[in-house]
Every structure is written in structure tokens, then in C-alpha cells.
Design a protein around this ligand. Structure first.
Ligand SMILES: [Zn+2]
Length: 359
């Protein structure tokens, strides 16, 4: 997810003690400044304005505890074989920092008889290189495909590390435009957040585009790639390993990590219901969460979260409440169920409000 990171957020990264002091003062004087530090994302258009409004008037909230690790990135990512020939690296439940190098989302690879497909590449060239090292520790087969599940930097910024392998880069047909329109902002913000560990990172857009479905073959192993209507973003893509029934959902599935809404809450809820009925899936790989999860119960917590946010926001709109009134209360019953809640939830409420206001 890591929608990209905010200016305010960068300052929090760069001057943590100054911000901590300001935050304490803000809390002391009930100033709205505190929540201006919260959202790590930089939404665009209406959502951006909605978030700015929210930040001006929402009540202060304490920063949540993420499960910060102190380890820096290893030369080869640790991966788990979740099904025969299907490997997943579990990213950290953190925002981008120089120490984690942008290793905050799940990525993986599938080994066929003739070739390898990579699914998402991490948040920097460095994470991509460590994923490549993990692959090369297991197989010397050619990497024929690098597939991106959606546009967010923590899933695509490692693509550059695979360039020398000459794979076909594959994504949703809407992904190239989504990336090019955000490229400057994504690069600038994440360079700031990652510091030296951003070195060598550039955006490599897909050239093989999926507007509906595409089947690719790795040699005795077919993968079904499917583009979906707007949900987490407008360019979500899932990858099904038909051999094992393992479905890589990208950020259509969050577990433990607070979901991040950058598309449509109505679309996302509708897609969850549609996906939950699929009989060809046995195992789910979330974009953020454990390396794998049982199907279809994997979707339950996320569905509950999104339904709660949508239900609360709809009710408050009906009662004539404003966005800032909704911000402090909508979905707050979910607070203890998720990591990085304060970093993402307020923005989700404002995005949902902007969408549902026009129902
Ligand atoms: Zn995402």
C-alpha cells in the first residue's frame, strides 16, 4: 500500500524529536496540528482536499505502535514456500524508512518447469535486488515475467532490479497511466523517506497489459492474471497459480495492516463478495499480512473493516454530519484490530466520505 507518503510525514521521518515535541504541544492545546502528521499518503484531487479539510479539524490521536524491527535489509530476502514452487516474502508492518529500505509489502515468485514469474518487487531497487538474490538461491531458470499487482511504490519500485534479466513487465492496462501521472510525486516523496536506500530506484512501467484476463505459462504451470474494476486502486490485478490454487491478491487483501483505500470503497466491497465465491482458490497471499492465509476466511476481517467504515460514514452523511465530525468516530470500533491504524484510517474515512457523499 504505502500510497506514497506526505510532506508532513517526511518531516516526521527527518525530525522525529521535533515532531514529537510539536505533537505533545498540539495534544496539550487540543490543536488540530497533531492529525496533520498522521496520514502517510498523498491522495489526489477531491480525496486530497478532503484529507486536508480533515487534517484542519479532526481531533488529535496518538500515533499507533507499528511493529518496528531494527534489522536492516539482508542481501537476500527471507521467503517462505507457501505451496510447492510458490514463494512469498512477508514485508514489514512499517512505513518507509531508510532502515527498512521500503521492504513493507509482500512479494513473491513462482517457479515453473521453464521459467519464473515474479509478483511485485518491493519498495526500492535494493528490495528488488534482495528478492532477485532469493530467487537465484533457488533456481537459475530465466525470469520471464515481472508482474505488478497495482501502482503503489511499495509494490513496483523494485522492478528496476530485474531489468538486466530482460523479463516482460506485466500489469493492469490502467497501470502505466496511473504510474506516469504520479511518477514525480512518488519518486520525490519516497526518495525523501528512504534516504540512501532509495539509490538506483526508478519506475519501470509494464509493457504487457491486462484489461480483462491473461494466461501465461511458466512450463507445466499456468498463471491466470485478472484485472479488476476499481477497488483498492483503479489498477488492481490478481495472479492465480492454477496448479496450487494460490491467489496473489496484492492490496485487494490486507491482514493485520490497516487497509488503505485509494480507489472505491463500494467497488472494493463488491469485489470482496465476488472473490469470496471463487471455488478455484485454495490459498490467499495478501499484499500486507502473513505470507499466506486460508481461503476464503482471509477476506473476513478486511470486509468487516470496510463495511464498518462504509456503514458509519453513510449513517453520518444521512444525519447531516460533516467530514470532520465523521473523522473522529466513523470506524473507530476497528481501532484495536489493526496495525498502523492512525496512519491510514483517517484518510480512509475521508476517501469513503468523498465517495459516499454522492450516492
Ligand atoms: Zn497498495
Amino acid at each position: 500500500m504505502q500510497i506514497s507518503g506526505h510532506i508532513e510525514h517526511q518531516f516526521r521521518e527527518v525530525f522525529p524529536s521535533v515532531i514529537a515535541l510539536l505533537l505533545a504541544l498540539a495534544l496539550l492545546f487540543h490543536s488540530p496540528l497533531a492529525t496533520a502528521q498522521e496520514s502517510p499518503s498523498a491522495p489526489s484531487g477531491d480525496a486530497q482536499r478532503a484529507t486536508e479539510d480533515l487534517n484542519k479539524s479532526a481531533p488529535a490521536a496518538a500515533p499507533s505502535k507499528s511493529e518496528q524491527t531494527t534489522e536492516s535489509l539482508p542481501a537476500a530476502l527471507k521467503v517462505e514456500e507457501v505451496a510447492p514452487g510458490v514463494f512469498v516474502h512477508q514485508g514489514r508492518y512499517e512505513l518507509f524508512t531508510p532502515r527498512n529500505s521500503g521492504d513493507t509489502s509482500n512479494n513473491g515468485f513462482i517457479i515453473g518447469k521453464d521459467a519464473v514469474a515474479v509478483i511485485d518487487t518491493g519498495g526500492s531497487a535494493r528490495v528488488g535486488a534482495a528478492l532477485l538474490a532469493a530467487i537465484r538461491a533457488r533456481t537459475s531458470l530465466p525470469i520471464k515475467y515481472v508482474i505488478n499487482t497495482h501502482m503503489h511504490p511499495d509494490h513496483v519500485f523494485g522492478n528496476v532490479a530485474f531489468k538486466a534479466e530482460s523479463p516482460t513487465f506485466v500489469g493492469n492496462a490502467k497501470l502505466p497511466r496511473a504510474l506516469s501521472s504520479r511518477a514525480d510525486r512518488y519518486l520525490a516523496i519516497n526518495k525523501e523517506l528512504l534516504g540512501d536506500s532509495f539509490a538506483g530506484t526508478e519506475i519501470i512501467p509494464p509493457t504487457e497489459l491486462v484489461s480483462n484476463r491473461l494466461e501465461i505459462d511458466l512450463g507445466d504451470r499456468k498463471l491466470l492474471l485478472e484485472a479488476h474494476p476499481t477497488a483498492h486502486t483503479d489498477n488492481d490485478l490478481t495472479v492465480l497459480d492454477e496448479k496450487t490454487g494460490t491467489l496473489f491478491l496484492g492490496d485487494l487483501l490486507f491482514s493485520r495492516h490497516t487497509p488503505a483505500l485509494d480507489g472505491s470503497i463500494r467497488g472494493w466491497l463488491a469485489l470482496i463478495d465476488k472473490l469470496a465465491n471463487r471455488q478455484d482458490v485454495k490459498l490467499a497471499v495478501p499484499g500486507h499480512g502473513p505470507a499466506s492465509m486460508p481461503w476464503p476466511s482471509a477476506l473476513d476481517a478486511e470486509k468487516r473493516y470496510l463495511s464498518t467504515v462504509a456503514g458509519d460514514v453513510r449513517r453520518m452523511i444521512k444525519e447531516g454530519k460533516t467530514l470532520s465530525e465523521a473523522a473522529g468516530t466513523a470506524g473507530m470500533s476497528e481501532k484495536d484490530a489493526w496495525i498502523l491504524f492512525n496512519e491510514y484510517h483517517a484518510r480512509n474515512v475521508s476517501a469513503a466520505f468523498a465517495e459516499l457523499e454522492w450516492e
